[in-house]
Design a protein around this ligand. Structure first.
Ligand code: HH2
Length: 257
């Protein structure tokens, strides 16, 4: 899954794809480089972010989605109206980082469209989530949360076979907790759904390399993280650097499968 943020402030590609033509070109390039789908988003949820109003998010993503009609697209949003418009324009998957907690109408929008859905774990809210992440056992708590959200989604009429689960790397978690979630990914796989992991360029990678103030991670660190998550069973890797990740995963798959 290639990342296309139509935002001025995303933590890694902020501003790069704010222009419609640039965003569409990035998406097409990622698909040509081997991405199975591109994840278009109009709101940053990086630590400390405040969110954007509906009209701003729509203004950012709708023209890009219009350009990408006919191509495999995912919409990264927690707003039902954004999801509705995106699905009408051909998006296939709704990537909701709030796991249906952000908008009461989201479940019905996904169910009515028979769309794919990604449910992600987050402790707290983007504005404050990194202040003091707290868990008794991060892996079992994330698994319990995702199991509960999966049940709720299915009860709302979304086909279980259309749902994937995501531990939410960096969303209210320390570096150690993020590492633990990947190391013990088998627990999440035990829920019986494909698991999506997004480690690409995240600050935890820079911090693992020894910079306690890192806000991003390097390309090499991101590729290593994708391979590690793949080896632990992740089915979908959400990445900014598609070509390099596809190359690494192709070799890893040949040797690890
Ligand atoms: N991470 C980001 C955004 N959306 N969605 C899922 N399912 N999983 C993730 O790990 C995930 C996500 C953050 O990355 P990015 O989109 O590059 O940054 P920003 O939120 O600043 O736009």
């Amino acid at each position: 899954m290639g990342v296309v943020n139509v935002t001025p402030d995303s933590f890694f590609d902020g501003g790069v794809n704010l222009d419609v033509d640039a965003a569409a070109a990035s998406a097409r390039r990622m698909l040509a480089e081997g991405a199975a789908i591109v994840d278009v988003g109009g709101e940053s949820t990086r630590p400390g972010s405040a969110g954007v109003p509906l009209d701003v998010e729509l203004r950012r993503v709708v023209p890009v989605l219009e350009e990408l009609q006919g191509l495999p697209v995912s919409i990264d949003t927690s707003k039902a109206e954004v999801a509705r418009r995106a699905l009408a324009l051909g998006a296939e998957l709704v990537n909701d980082v709030t796991a249906l907690r952000g908008d009461d109408e989201m479940a019905a929008v996904v169910a009515d469209a028979d769309a794919y859905l990604c449910l992600m774990h987050m402790q707290g809210e983007p504005g404050t989530m990194q202040a003091a992440p707290r868990y008794h056992d991060v892996v079992s708590e994330v698994a319990a949360f995702l199991e509960e959200r999966l049940r709720l989604a299915v009860a709302a009429g979304i086909a279980e076979g259309r749902i994937c689960l995501d531990p939410g790397i960096g969303y209210g978690k320390t570096v150690e907790q993020n590492v633990e979630l990947v190391r013990r990914l088998d627990v999440l796989l035990g829920l019986g759904r494909p698991v999506l992991v997004g480690l690409s360029r995240k600050s935890s990678l820079g911090r693992l390399l020894g910079d306690p103030d890192a806000t991003t991670g390097s390309l090499a660190a991101s590729v290593a993280a994708a391979v590690a998550a793949f080896e632990r069973g992740a089915a979908i890797l959400r990445v900014h650097d598609v070509r390099e990740t596809v190359e690494a995963l192709t070799v890893a798959e040949a040797m690890l499968a």
